[in-house]
Design a binder for this molecule. Structure first.
Ligand SMILES: *Cc1c(COP(=O)(O)O)cnc(C)c1O
Length: 395
């Protein structure tokens, strides 16, 4: 019996390998920065979400060590029992201020935020409508909620309106979910248009600002700041794990909704609070984002430079307007080969293949950091050009 079960999983793994979909873990032997060590070799990293370079920032490390000395390394219980330490309170206040919301609630990750908040907001009898390119954590949250799920084509507000119009009287509650910056295509949500529809059809919006927090808007507050939108029907979700270099998810909204989530979001209630050290890291990161615009400015400078160069060379970058730059190769095997060739040249960029992305849009997903140097970008460009000349890429 036991042996049979194990054989089953082995067969599944073999199947993945046959399809070229099996994945292995890369081991990073250094701190997270543009130059990392893998198997004793130096690589240029172009696939990290550590956009502002804060994951290895001296001030964050210092503040985190201080918090460990004062508060220890574990929270000991969930927030509602006895794990709610003064630092958690402080961070919730700070992130609410940063997102210009009345209040905020922290989760242990962005993933657990989404799988907690969505089932708390909608349930059976309700309707949840998501963009086709929404993240797996959003899809999982929707499935857990048991609400009716409808998907609209990427950034297609007309299709969204059709769904809303048709649903009008049937659904008890309607929730629209969009990302701020989309994690695969790097483009920005048409949030102003979505907000207009939300008002017209009395829907709520859950904005997943995982990739926009710390990056988008004059002060890095995210997609709402970028569009200059402030509205109670936009519930702002985000994560401390990307541009903020730390760990933890959050949701910002009005006071009563946050109070409701503290009492209803299961991934908040039934999971141990983040350790004080991680909270201190996030507090320190927010302080830097607020007081120092330079990392953000450097990031955007890098984005504009690389995009301009790659476009001049004729590469297809879809409609990216952010630090996430998809470079379309257009075939699973070819994309994998390009990614492997880049590895040989000391560059880490993963191949994103079907079924993760639609057929024909298999791609390299390049992500930039504030801490990349111009020569790092120039090296990447030269290697991509070489691969283009070898007909592995089609610029
Ligand atoms: C990364 C990501 C998450 C999950 O955040 P974690 O803090 O890594 O768990 C959620 N939504 C989107 C769009 C993401 O890209």
């Amino acid at each position: 019996m036991e042996a049979m079960k194990i054989d089953f999983f082995q067969e599944e793994v073999e199947e993945l390998k046959k399809k070229g979909l099996h994945r292995n873990l890369l081991v990073i032997e250094s701190a997270q920065r543009p130059r990392v060590k893998v198997e004793g070799r130096n690589f240029l990293l172009f696939s990290s979400n550590n956009y502002l370079g804060l994951a290895n920032h001296p001030q964050l490390k210092k503040d985190t060590k201080k918090a460990i000395d004062k508060y220890g390394v574990g929270a000991g219980a969930s927030r509602l029992i006895s794990g709610n330490m003064i630092l958690h309170q402080k961070l919730e206040k700070k992130i609410a201020e940063f997102k210009e919301c009345e209040e905020a609630i922290i989760f242990t990750s962005g993933y657990t935020a989404n799988i907690g908040v969505i089932p708390a907001l909608v349930r059976s009898g309700d309707l949840v409508i998501i963009d086709k390119l929404c993240h797996a954590s959003i899809i999982d949250g929707c499935r857990l909620s048991k609400a009716k799920l409808q998907v609209y084509p990427h950034r297609d507000v007309e299709a969204l309106e059709k769904i809303l119009k048709r649903s009008d009287k049937k659904a008890i509650k309607r929730l629209i979910i969009t990302e701020g910056i989309f994690s695969l295509d790097g483009d920005i949500s048409p949030l102003p248009e979505i907000l207009t529809l939300a008002k017209k059809y009395e829907a709520l919006i859950l904005l997943d600002d995982a990739h926009a927090t710390g990056v988008l808007g004059k002060e890095g507050r995210g997609t709402c700041e970028y569009f200059n939108l402030k509205d109670n029907c936009i519930i702002q979700m985000g994560t401390f794990s990307k541009a903020l270099g730390s760990l933890g998810g959050f949701v910002g909204a009005n006071k009563s909704l946050i109070d409701y989530l503290r009492n209803k979001a299961r991934s908040f209630i039934y999971s141990t609070a983040l350790p004080p050290s991680v909270i201190a890291t996030s507090l320190s990161a927010l302080e830097i984002v607020k007081s120092n615009p330079r990392p953000r400015e450097r990031l955007w400078k890098n984005v504009n430079y690389l995009k301009k160069k790659l476009k001049e060379l004729g590469f297809n970058l879809l409609n990216t307007t952010s630090q996430i730059i998809p470079l379309i190769v257009g075939d699973n095997e070819k994309t994998l080969r390009v990614s492997e060739s880049l590895y040989q040249e000391g560059i880490l960029i993963p191949a994103i293949r079907t079924p993760t992305v639609p057929k024909g849009t298999e791609r390299l997903r390049i992500t930039l950091m504030a801490t990349h140097q111009k020569r790092d970008l120039d090296y990447l460009i030269s290697v991509l050009l070489e691969l283009g000349e070898k007909c592995l890429l089609n610029p």
